[in-house]
Design a protein around this ligand. Structure first.
Ligand code: NAP
Length: 255
């Protein structure tokens, strides 16, 4: 098999529909020669349905990234399909409605802590759970939404993403000695299930489509997926702790 990811064994989280960023990443990874294993949270049969729509049907392992038993069992479940991993995609985020959509000042800790557990701490949890399967040259990739500034309505998810961006640098620092790279893709707004659950998400959509120098397609997951695959490949061998923007250039332009 030839291609950018020929022979790579990848664990891809975060598929819930064919609009998921992770679905496009899995599809392109397979087209580029990778062997892909998916994880599903809760609705595993739904994930399995979408796994059948990939160029090659991928196995699905159940994983709630906040469940330590699931995390502990992950290496053995992965070994049922492959003997190790070359790359892992973390494409997971969740915040209860109270932490988004203008509720920043009223959101309570119980809900905020859920958002931080699922969206921030889980990056470290997933990295540690898969570490026994990884060897030097391995790559971990996550997804952020530019956390360098406060956005309307994103609220505590913005704080969670700021934490994720920091965790990305710490993970890169701790895993560098094992030869493992850790990087984020900072994507512009895309109409996925997670995005549609954010009240007021259309504010981002208008800003991006009007201001991104390269323009921005709200339903095109491919540019983001291609960047993920590039980071999972051998073509960024000396890059870690980095955040690659795939946002049509929006982040570089002032109002
Ligand atoms: P998505 O298709 O809704 O994917 C989010 C995934 O996270 C879903 O598969 C969801 O599963 C999963 N998840 C939630 N809680 C989980 C848990 N406890 N354990 C394991 N998985 C869990 O949306 P997406 O936009 O592709 O999101 C993927 C990543 O991209 C997220 O980190 C998101 O913040 C990031 N991102 C998205 C955008 C955007 O505009 N869409 C922009 C920048 C960054 P269920 O659906 O079953 O709950």
């Amino acid at each position: 098999m030839s291609g950018l990811l020929a022979g790579k064994r990848l664990l891809i989280t975060g598929v819930i529909t064919d609009q998921s960023i992770a679905f496009s990443a899995a599809k392109i990874a397979q087209e580029e020669g990778a062997e892909v294993i998916l994880t599903g949270f809760g609705r595993v049969s739904l994930v399995e349905r979408f796994a059948k729509r990939l160029p090659k049907e991928a196995p699905v392992i159940e994983l709630d990234v906040t469940n330590q038993e699931h995390l502990d069992a992950l290496p053995d479940k992965v070994r049922e399909h492959v003997d190790g991993l070359d790359g892992v995609l973390h494409a997971i985020a969740f915040g209860p409605q109270s932490v988004l959509g203008g509720g920043f000042l009223s959101a309570e800790w119980a809900d905020v802590s859920t958002a931080l557990h699922v969206s921030t701490y889980s990056y470290k949890s997933l990295a540690m759970a898969t570490l026994p399967l990884m060897s030097p040259g391995g790559s971990i990739v996550g997804l952020t939404f530019d956390a360098t500034q406060a956005w309307p309505v994103y609220d505590w998810m913005g704080v969670a993403k700021a934490g994720l961006e920091s965790a990305n640098r710490y993970l890169a620092n701790y895993l560098g000695e094992k030869g493992i790279r850790v990087n984020l893709v900072s994507a512009g707004p895309l109409r996925t299930m997670a995005a549609k659950s954010i009240p007021g998400f259309e504010k981002f959509e208008t800003a991006w489509t009007e201001r991104a120098p390269l323009g921005w397609e709200l339903t095109d997951q491919v540019p983001t997926a291609k960047a993920i695959c590039a980071l999972l490949s051998d073509w960024f061998p000396a890059t870690t702790g980095e955040i690659i923007h795939v946002d049509g250039g929006f982040h570089a332009i002032g109002a």
